[in-house]
Design a protein around this ligand. Structure first.
Ligand SMILES: Cc1cc2nc3c(=O)[nH]c(=O)nc-3n(C[C@H](O)[C@H](O)[C@H](O)COP(=O)(O)O)c2cc1C
Length: 272
């Protein structure tokens, strides 16, 4: 159950740390001289420890959706760069079960640095032969429009008439789109291993993002196979789009759909 966060608890958990990057910090967000709203602290805030270096003041806020947000005020001199660190203490099993595919996003932008930090967690996926067969193409800002238009060009005339504007609007209000591609190995065994490991990478990314309050949906719409979309998206021959990930702070988190108990699908063999 998600518990509304009383303001006092938010303050209680904020700690100002002199050191810049204590071990165990899951990600950091650089703050320039501008006051910055950090919205990605959500759900039950007891999952998080927030640290800033001494160049920042942090004021926690509570948004209407019961998410804990914080305004970060840099207090250093001109050009000072401060670091906000959010350390998750949430158990991995809980994180896995809590994660939801997000399809309704807020428009708040997401730092490219944050996305690359999350990718640098995700790349610790198992990868046979350390082939690391992945590559990423990130679309943000104005660059989202030609990507959306490339998607719409794959529609039938009837779909364009009915859906084009709605799909363009939806696409443009999501802060970031990440295309995850895999280098296609011509050998079947290696292809399968590589597809599996890129899938592990995507799940790592989804979990690391969820941990810091960022929602993702992994899309595999038919247009990802369309040559004109692939070309417009910058995908090379010999590369497969494994996922188009929409990324942003959740506007709505759907209820989880329960999974079948694994025991119903488990065959146990202990004796002969
Ligand atoms: C390989 C793969 C492809 C997916 N493609 C889509 C998609 O094209 N559109 C979509 O809305 N969701 C897609 N999803 C997300 C699933 O629909 C989602 O995981 C499922 O509904 C379970 O919800 P949950 O992730 O919130 O537990 C995909 C998931 C996977 C693993």
């Amino acid at each position: 159950m998600k518990v509304p966060v009383p303001l006092g608890i938010g303050f209680f958990l904020l700690k100002v740390a002199a050191q810049s990057t204590p071990n165990g910090s899951k990600f950091h967000k650089r703050i320039d001289n501008e006051a910055s709203i950090c919205n990605n602290i959500n759900e039950n805030d007891s999952h998080y420890r927030i640290r800033t270096d001494e160049m920042c003041r942090v004021k926690p806020l509570i948004s209407t959706s019961n998410q804990l947000s914080a305004i970060i005020y840099p207090t250093g001199g001109s050009g000072a760069m401060s670091t906000l660190q959010i350390q998750s203490i949430r158990a991995l099993s809980e994180l896995i079960k809590d994660r939801r595919s997000i399809r309704a996003f807020r428009t708040d932008p997401i730092d490219t640095d944050l996305i690359t930090d999350l990718l640098n967690v995700a790349v610790w996926a198992p990868t046979h032969g350390l082939r690391e067969p992945w590559r990423f193409i990130l679309y943000k800002g104005d660059a989202r429009k030609p990507l959306a238009e490339a998607m719409i060009r794959t529609y039938t005339a009837e779909e364009k008439e009915r859906l084009a504007q709605q799909k363009l609007d939806y696409f443009m209000q999501i802060p970031a789109h990440l295309i995850v591609v895999m280098k296609e190995d011509p050998r079947q065994k290696q292809w399968e291993e590589d597809y599996a490991c890129v899938s592990c990478l995507i799940q790592n990314f989804q979990l690391a993002a969820w941990e810091v309050g960022i929602g993702v949906v992994w899309k595999t719409n038919p247009f990802i196979h369309n040559p004109s979309f692939r070309e417009a998206a910058g995908v090379q021959p010999g590369e497969k789009i494994v996922g188009l990930l929409h990324i942003g702070y959740p506007e709505q988190v759907p209820a989880g759909r329960p999974r079948t108990d694994a025991r119903e699908k488990l065959t146990i063999k202990e004796t002969i």
